[in-house]
Design a protein around this ligand. Structure first.
Ligand code: XMP
Length: 517
């Protein structure tokens, strides 16, 4: 991304660091997140127009607190310290940081010195989001306070000659009313950015860079899952190298209604690539016969998927490059040290066997590697992918198979597929498809007694799940209007055979997960 002006965000381990990066990109400025352990030389070699220090959980007073070579302050590159970043700046330059008399957490009203370029176009006071135990009590020499609250004299400090600015609160979260303006001011009033980060500029640059990497004759193989990331990557690659891109789409038989057909249409008409569709549904069904344990289902689907894809890759050994739809949060996560417990093994993160990855002597092509999910969607829209595909809700790799409790049969797959299609239609009709993060039906393995006409029935109980969330780590259940629930319920029991009862899942995550398996 050498062609774009760049802001470097130095990560001190805050939970909001990625959010800072997204906010900067929203201002049309390219930025990258790097760990605080990165050597100064490597920061300098990236030629940043500004540097941001993120927050972090540590205390600068700890002997082994994360820090940087203080030379960073002498580079004449504008700096904005946020939270821990402010305390680090104060501490490193000779100011005083102390445990605050009163810990500040949540919304706090702050008065700003409007003569600071950081607070241009703002109100004299507004609410910000604070989350700190330590505070600056004396600024380093040459610095002065430019914002304060009733509890904290140094909510922000600056040294304009050295182009160093710092805020104790979090401008990146939406609870800080004028936070985005503060970031905007840092970028445009202090770093003098030119706002060159736009999707069309990204596309021009990415197309050139893909052509450079792949050369005029070589070919690329991409596993197309039907998800947003691999589809956008395929569309971008198709623009760059056309039919020298081969896409392998493995249909495991657990896709939603109409999805396989729509993928085939998009990548044969609008974005012509060399598309290979492998219908492996019978093979997957055979392997899953009689299996009801959720983890076993995931493992079987995962390994079948890899082996089906690998078989194709071995046949297509003329492809020198392997493309993947890796996106920036995966890149940041894989470089960070944070680990978390495995609740479900998501099959799509598994790798290919070595003999297969060795076939790609040119290496990996990851054209979305530096993009956030919302940017991938913007890119998809700019490229002209259909709206349904670009705004597709998340769909698990193992597909409908993990929405059938217990063992899987073709009849059960039909029930979830048809009921899911009805649910999607009704949610869209009600205009709720963009405001609900994910929604689907689950075939419980339970039968209940019902009555249809004058007949007693003994048929399946089907559950509806609809959730709202920002990050899928925690979710709330969607408050679907009763009328929408009513039409979903009555359509499903009338149109889908073997379902005689509908229930609505009203559990949050935690304690429940989004999917039932
Ligand atoms: P859970 O059920 O873990 O789901 O709360 C969180 C998000 O992840 C999706 N999910 C998966 N995605 N492979 C995937 O690619 C999987 O095996 C898988 N399991 C869950 C789920 O749909 C939700 O969006």
């Amino acid at each position: 991304m050498e062609v774009f002006q760049k802001i470097i965000i130095i990560d001190f381990g805050a939970q909001y660091t990625q959010l800072i990066a997204r906010r900067i990109r929203e201002e049309h400025v390219y930025c990258e997140v790097i760990p605080y352990t990165t050597p100064i030389q490597s920061i300098l070699s990236q030629n940043p127009v500004g540097i941001i220090f993120s927050g972090g959980p540590a205390s600068v007073l700890d002997p082994d607190a994360p820090s940087l070579d203080p030379e960073i302050f002498d580079l004449s590159i504008p700096i904005l310290g946020i939270c821990y970043g402010m305390q680090f700046t104060a501490h490193a330059l000779g100011g005083t940081v102390e445990k605050a008399a009163q810990r500040e957490y949540g919304r706090v009203s702050v008065s700003f010195d409007l003569s600071s370029p950081l607070f241009r176009h703002m109100h004299a006071s507004s609410f910000v989001w604070m989350s700190h135990t330590y505070a600056v009590t004396q600024a380093p020499s040459g610095f002065f306070s430019v914002a304060s609250s009733s509890n904290c004299a140094f909510c922000a400090m600056q040294n304009p000659e050295r182009k160093i600015y710092a805020v104790q609160f979090h401008p990146e979260v939406t609870h800080s009313e004028e936070g985005q303006m503060i970031l905007h001011n840092f970028l445009y009033e202090i770093c003098h950015c030119n706002g060159d980060w736009t999707m069309s500029a990204f596309i021009d640059n990415a197309v050139l860079s893909i052509r450079n990497t792949v050369g005029p004759n070589d070919t690329v193989l991409l596993g197309l899952s039907g998800g947003v990331d691999s589809s956008v990557a395929a569309a971008l690659l198709s623009n760059a190298i056309g039919r020298r891109l081969t896409c392998v789409y493995v249909n495991h038989g657990f896709m939603r209604k109409g999805e396989t057909e729509s993928i085939q249409q998009v990548f044969s008409e609008k974005f012509p690539v060399n598309l290979i569709t492998v219908d492996a549904s019978q093979k997957f069904m055979d392997k899953l016969k009689g299996i009801s344990d959720p983890e076993s289902k995931r493992k079987i689907i995962g390994s079948e998927f890899v082996s089906t894809f690998s078989e194709q890759a071995r046949h297509l050994s003329q492809a020198r490059f392997l493309a993947q739809g890796t996106i920036y949060p995966d890149v940041i996560e894989s470089g960070s040290v944070k680990g978390s417990a495995v609740i479900k093994s998501h099959h799509n993160v598994g790798g290919l066997p070595k003999d297969v990855s060795d076939l790609f002597t040119g290496g990996l092509v990851e054209p979305l590697r530096m993009l956030f999910k919302d940017e991938v969607r913007q890119l998809g829209e700019t490229l002209g992918l259909p709206e349904d595909l670009v705004w597709r809700q998340p769909f698990p790799g193992p597909g409908l198979a993990i929405r059938i409790m217990g063992d899987i049969t073709p009849e059960k797959v039909d029930i979830v597929r048809e009921s899911d299609a009805i649910l999607r239609e009704e949610i869209k009709k009600a205009g709720l498809d963009r405001s609900i993060s994910q929604y689907f039906t689950v075939l419980t393995n339970t039968k209940s007694v019902g009555v249809m006409g004058d007949e007693r029935t003994h048929d399946y109980v089907l559950a509806l799940r609809a959730v709202t969330t920002d990050d899928f780590m925690t979710v709330d259940w969607a408050r679907l209007p009763y009328e929408v629930l009513e039409s979903i319920s009555s359509r499903i029991v009338n149109e889908v055979p073997h379902v005689n009862r509908i229930v609505y899942d009203i559990t949050t995550k935690p304690p429940a997960t989004v999917e039932w398996e």
